[in-house]
Design a protein around this ligand. Structure first.
Ligand code: ZN
Length: 159
């Protein structure tokens, strides 16, 4: 495993649309491993492959409930509403208030290629929406209604 450099806002790579993974190869496993290591090292709760300059539809999330690896994630349904603070490892020091769906139903492949359909609410639903946005070149600052000064808040941030 290796810690990868996390690219920052302003790099055009973050605005690209990532490509679906056609086949799960050892290289995809290596990317997943590196992404998890990079996320934990940065003390984040999520990371999308484009943040390490790999334009593939791969994300990892761990909100403290264990590692979730999602290949080709799709949000099938979303409903409800939550408004809360969000940050991003690619936009250090910035937190904004972002409106998201409270509940999502998502489909993805795990590292063995097994199709999984899962439902999530609250912070996990927020993390999934944030990371899937990265695969479509969308950053939370595109959606935020209000920015915070990070030093005034002692809250968990997203990545
Ligand atoms: Zn992010």
């Amino acid at each position: 495993m290796a810690i990868r450099y996390i690219i920052k806002d302003g790099d055009p790579v973050l605005r690209e649309i990532s490509k679906p993974v056609p086949e799960i190869t050892p290289r995809i496993h290596k990317i997943l491993d590196d992404m998890a290591e990079t996320m934990y090292d940065a003390e984040g709760v999520g990371l999308a492959a484009p943040q390490i300059a790999i334009l593939k539809r791969v994300i990892v999330i761990d909100i403290g409930e264990g590692l979730l690896e999602m290949i080709n994630p799709e949000i099938l349904e979303k409903d409800g509403e939550q408004v809360g603070p969000e940050g991003c490892l690619s936009i250090p020091g910035v937190l904004g208030k972002v409106k998201r769906a409270e509940h999502v139903k998502a489909r993805f492949l795990d590292r063995n290629g097994k199709e999984i359909v899962m439902e999530a609410t609250g912070f996990l639903a927020r993390a999934i929406q944030h990371e899937v946005d990265h695969l479509n070149g969308v950053l939370f600052t595109d959606l935020t209604e209000e920015f915070y000064q990070q030093e005034k808040l002692n809250i968990e941030t997203m990545n």
